[in-house]
Write a new protein. Structure first.
Length: 496
């Protein structure tokens, strides 16, 4: 755990600024664009996201694994070549057959926006491999600022487009611009490693491609299945319902995933770097899993409980009365998103432990489950019951995936199970005043005040009962505050 929370803090700082900026500006965007425009944008991003996953043939996961930087930079170069080739092919297909895809998804207007698809795929894929390289080099400051650049650029261009001429193009161009500016900024992180580029050789790239061929064969297939499982709801909601329903779903997912992702994404990146390092050093990752997984549960469970209680009120107030339906969707999806939050960081163990075949099996199971759920929901014509089944299924599948990874890592189930039961119970007990306030239909401002006080109570309790979290947090405080001001903290025993 040494420096683990410190690295998470660096990444979380940038991620938090980016996410808070995004959250603050979303209410502006929802008042400039209709749910239908959100739906078209979500369909574009879902297609692009699937394309990004296969663009590097999963060789981006190998950047972190080699023991030498020379091999790692060759893996980076291999990824870049794959990205350019695959993006060109994907662009040709969707631009050439844009009208057919528009008709298939019952969204004809999306055809005119496919010209931006290969551009977005290239820069999103470069963003991903730069993430891996900067994480390997522990340049979390550059990475953190790149995340901020992405978020702010995206929202500003989207707002500008909405003010000038609201259409899906404004939302799409915002995403393209955000990724482009972020990549240009993050390339600064390569300047001190420029000499390593001299080590790039076509022969070595081929050797790395062969050495890690399971990533391309099974990892890419598993990654594609994983991406499709995430994006399949958008595809099937567009197919069975209409762009407005998809727009409500898109905002619900955005709002639920942003707060959870504020810390979860940073933890995932730092965990992958730490686990890879520990695997190379000791041959085992069980100590990393034991230390991190239980803390992730304790940190993330309380916001989930609060959000479930207040989701509908928050959506109506923040995004406008027209988005109440999105609040209902968000409340239904919250249990699944929480499960993803606490389990997704350790999912990188599929790569660290080179379990690509198991990863593929889980993702195929997930994809088939989603297809069944959304097909049943689609033919019944009820999006609410469809999302209820989706949330339940997601919770069960991600729980099964986590159980497998905990077992193969050698960490054991006991600590995680106890942590989940204990902190869920504590969260519900501490939230009783908020539940009562909601039952009494108190004004939202009062409910938010109660939520704030209960949050302070929960995290103070966590701080004083979890020795490891307290020691790491106070270690960061020691690095930020002059020593002469820390005497009173030492006297209180906060550093023990």
């Amino acid at each position: 755990m040494a420096s683990f929370l410190g690295n998470i803090f660096k990444l979380t700082t940038g991620t938090m600024i980016a996410q808070v900026t995004g959250i603050i500006l979303i209410p502006v965007i929802t008042r400039l664009y209709s749910p239908e425009f959100f739906g078209v944008n979500q369909l574009f991003l879902s297609i692009a996201t699937v394309a990004v996953v296969v663009s590097s043939l999963s060789y981006d996961y190998t950047i972190m694994l080699p023991k030498t930087d020379e091999d790692s930079i060759n893996a980076f170069a291999l990824c870049t070549v794959c990205i350019l080739g695959v993006s060109a092919a994907i662009g040709a297909v969707f631009i050439g057959f844009g009208d057919w895809f528009g008709a298939f998804f019952e969204t004809p207007m999306i055809a005119e926006y496919f010209v931006w698809l290969p551009v977005f795929v290239v820069f999103s894929s470069l963003f991903a491999i730069l993430n891996e390289w900067l994480s390997r080099k522990v340049q979390y400051g550059v990475l953190s600022r790149g995340i901020v650049v992405n978020s702010i650029s995206t929202r500003m261009v989207q707002i500008g487009g909405g003010l000038v001429a609201p259409s899906p193009l404004g939302l799409i161009l915002g995403s393209v611009a955000g990724m482009t500016f972020a990549v240009l900024y993050m390339l600064r992180g390569l300047t001190q490693d420029i000499e390593l580029l001299k080590a790039v050789r076509v022969k070595r790239m081929k050797e790395i491609a062969v050495r890690y061929r399971d990533f391309a064969l099974y990892g890419s297939a598993g990654g594609l299945a994983n991406s499709l499982s995430w994006e399949l709801p958008a595809f099937m909601l567009a197919y069975f319902f209409n762009p407005a329903i998809l727009g409500y779903y898109a905002l619900a997912m955005m709002a639920v995933r942003l707060p959870m992702g504020m810390v979860g994404t940073a933890i995932s990146q730092v965990f992958y770097q730490k686990a890879s390092e520990e695997k190379n050093r000791t041959g085992s990752v069980k100590s990393v899993v034991r230390e991190i997984h239980t803390r992730l549960i304790s940190i993330g469970i309380f916001p989930f409980v609060i959000f479930t209680i207040l989701a509908e009120d928050l959506f109506s107030f923040v995004f406008g009365a027209d988005w109440l339906t999105a609040g209902t969707y968000a409340m239904l999806l919250a249990p699944w998103i929480f499960t993803v939050f606490i389990f997704s960081p350790i999912s990188s163990l599929f790569g660290v432990l080179e379990r690509q075949r198991s990863f593929l099996s889980f993702e195929i199971l997930t994809l088939l489950t989603w297809a069944t759920i959304f097909y049943i929901g689609g033919i019944t014509g009820n999006p609410v019951s469809t999302l209820v089944l989706f949330s339940i299924g997601g919770t069960l599948i991600w729980g099964s995936k986590a159980a497998y990874l905990v077992r193969v890592s050698g960490a054991g189930y006991r600590d995680s199970t106890i942590s989940l039961i204990r902190h869920l119970t504590v969260s519900i007990v501490i939230s009783v005043p908020l539940i009562i306030g909601k039952f009494l239909d108190l004004p939202l401002i009062i409910l938010l005040g109660i939520a704030g006080m209960t949050a302070i109570a929960y995290y103070l309790l966590l701080f004083f009962t979890d020795t490891l979290v307290r020691r790491e947090l106070m270690g960061m405080v020691q690095g930020l505050i002059p020593a002469k001001h820390l005497d009173w903290m030492e006297r209180l025993g906060l550093f023990r």
